[in-house]
Design a protein around this ligand. Structure first.
Ligand SMILES: Cc1ncc(COP(=O)(O)O)c(C=O)c1O
Length: 357
């Protein structure tokens, strides 16, 4: 035991491992997954396609064909390439490793996606959180002061932000990118882009210090584990050195090469989820006991009278949401709920109304 304590870094000993609750037999509204599966005809074709994959071979580490398809389908600017990760989680850890010089810092508005801080700590880098305003919008003046004070190597902006659903507008982001020029890299994490009103992807050529990161997870393919990020070629080439050569497996590559030819399916599903988001928000707004925050993502953040109590009561109704009430002071008594199918949203609403009685 003392050997373990001597060998493992203290910041790792101090951490607890990432907890994922058991969701068996639950209406699963805790992880922003797309509730719609694939149509049977596509499943059958995909199955046939995957059966031809040579499982005895390593992946081709350039991932050339998949990258080309990603660039075409997701509007990566001409002359720009992508780096692939085993989920954007892996891209985040690559960035931490690439920038982990002694004294380097990572900065983000908080509350935000927890992996930015976890990954920085794992790489031995200090994480600085700049609180959002009470209405969960960006505190731009505080961000600009913190940039000057901490001179972070990396600054993350999840847009829309998780777990708040907040949308940061282009003008705010561009001010931050300018403030970070000569200081560090700005990573705009567009994990929820399929449900959002805009993107910085087309603006990549304007900024040397901008990285745009995305994932196919929220689009409907969370199980495949594929994230991608783009940036100026010279910057991308350096980060690419950190990537494990075979980090994306052959089944994921083959599945995506096939599925990216069926993007209209995922785009329609995203459209449906956006419609359901409006329905869910307006239904929730009718309940006077709760506050609903605006969302441009595929989830909605609500504040209730007692998040722990309501979370547990929802569990009794077999509804699993995420209790983020203890994550940050700004989120006291907040629950995050994935937008799902009309039927599952209704089950959630019925259970919520029952728990509020
Ligand atoms: C903002 C943000 N970025 C990245 C991720 C992780 O995505 P992936 O499934 O590609 O690892 C999440 C997951 O919830 C997220 O909320």
């Amino acid at each position: 035991m003392s050997l373990i304590k001597n060998i493992i870094r203290p910041e790792i000993l101090a951490q607890s491992s990432y907890h994922v609750p058991d969701a068996a037999n639950m209406v699963k509204l805790d992880a922003m997954e797309n509730p719609y599966g694939l149509p049977d005809a596509i499943k059958a074709k995909l199955g046939a396609h995957l059966s031809e994959v040579a499982l005895n071979r390593y992946p081709i580490p350039s991932y050339r064909v998949l990258k080309q398809k990603i660039c075409q389908q997701f509007g990566v600017p001409t002359g720009f390439d992508v780096i692939l990760g085993n989920g954007s989680d892996e891209l985040i850890s690559m960035l931490s490793v690439a920038c982990a010089k002694p004294g380097a810092k990572v900065l983000a508005p908080v509350p935000t996606f927890v992996m930015y801080a976890i990954s920085a700590q794992l790489a031995g880098v200090e994480f600085v959180g700049v609180p959002l305003q009470a209405d969960l919008t960006l505190d731009l003046p505080a961000m600009l002061v913190a940039i000057k004070q901490h001179r972070p190597a990396l600054l993350y902006l999840a847009n829309p932000n998780n777990p708040t659903g907040t949308w940061f507008d282009d003008a705010q982001i561009i001010q931050i990118i300018h403030a970070m020029a000569e200081i560090g890299l700005v990573v705009v994490d567009e994990a929820y882009q399929p449900f959002a009103p805009g993107s910085m992807m087309s603006r990549l050529p304007e900024f040397e210090n901008l990285i745009v990161m995305r994932t196919v997870s929220k689009l409907g393919l969370a199980g495949l584990r594929l994230g991608y990020m783009s940036a100026a070629p010279a910057l991308l080439a350096e980060i690419e050195k950190v990537r494990p050569p075979y980090n994306v497996n052959v089944l994921t590559v083959a599945a995506l090469e096939f599925l990216l030819d069926h993007m209209s399916l995922f785009n329609e599903q995203a459209e449906q989820i956006c419609k359901q988001r409006s329905v869910l928000i307006s239904t929730l707004q009718k309940l006077h006991q709760i506050h609903v925050f605006p969302s441009q993502a595929n989830f909605v953040l609500i504040r209730v009278s007692n998040s722990e109590q309501i979370f547990n009561k929802l569990l009794e109704h077999k509804i699993l949401v995420k209790n983020v009430g203890k994550m940050h002071q700004l989120l006291v008594d907040c629950l995050r709920v994935t937008v799902s199918t009309p039927a599952e949203n209704q089950l959630f609403m019925d259970a919520l109304i029952a728990t509020l009685k």
